[in-house]
Design a protein around this ligand. Sequence first.
Ligand SMILES: *Cc1c(COP(=O)(O)O)cnc(C)c1O
Length: 345
Amino acid sequence: MSEPIRQFASDNYSGVCPEALEYLLAANRGDAPAYGNDSWTQRAADRFRELFETDCEVFFVFNGTAANSLSLAALCQSYHSVICHETAHIETDECGGPEFASNGSKLLLAKGERGKLDPEDVERLIVRRSDIHYPKPKVVSVTQATELGTVYGVEELHALRELADRHRLKMHMDGARFANALVTLERTPAQATWQAGIDVLCLGGTKNGMAVGEAILFFDRELAADFAYRCKQAGQLASKMRFIAAPWLGLLETGAWLRNARQANEMAAYLERRLSAMVGPRLMFPRQANSVFLELPPPAIEALRAKGWQFYTFIGVGGARLMCSWNTPREAVDQFIDDLEHSLN
Ligand SMILES: *Cc1c(COP(=O)(O)O)cnc(C)c1O
């Protein structure tokens, strides 16, 4: 056994939650057809359709980069462009995956407070040019929850949709932390996605408590034409798909996807409360999901790292990002606060 680590680095540092594991083990009893032709995959896809209250097309891939890259490629021709926030994961953390998968669709970067797209800046990018020399805007991509731990309100999504409609653009949502956002929004999955104008949702399973796997939901089924071929060609068609689908079913059927997200959010809220009671560290954004961003003096960062704490300082606009997960214990928050207090003295 290796030593447990002390971390607020990411929700993908966490292990697999019991519900996902239980279904994984159940799917391992006996053989099943390959390439998604098994009953687990069927049941998981049906469960998504039930939960989202619509007859969407559902696909399972290994990771979020593939989910985003392939779904954006499905929405775009190579001469199109995708408008996203300048801190968007598809821009800063996917190594050009969306451009690669789409044979060159360009990302156009918009600004906006707290990691959220400012509709005015999005429109500026859309109408800036209409000539043939400019990559034709085709998609608006939002991240929910955002890279800065904030959450788009449903009205904000409606406003972007209205803008997208005026210019005939599609709406893509990177929902690597969709469950965390949903818990904050207190809306139904349908209200927070297709009813707010989202055409395609990349839904994160890994950070929510699975070992591996993301789901892609096409609310506009026509956009999913031939998508299975795209997944296969990109090496994202799992032959033993039931081992992605069954844990998904476990999360959905038991309600663990929302329980896990709620737990992560609550720990981040507790962390935020403890931090705001301190003198010294400055919170950079209001916490709305499962992360807290903090300005810390370099010596404090060093001292915390020397005590074994792991966290990122390169995400978004800098600062220390403290990410909570489904299994973050309250004691970890208390211990971190203790160590931080010492490091500031
Ligand atoms: C983690 C994450 C992803 C997916 O990343 P992979 O490592 O490719 O699974 C996508 N978008 C956001 C905002 C993320 O935080």
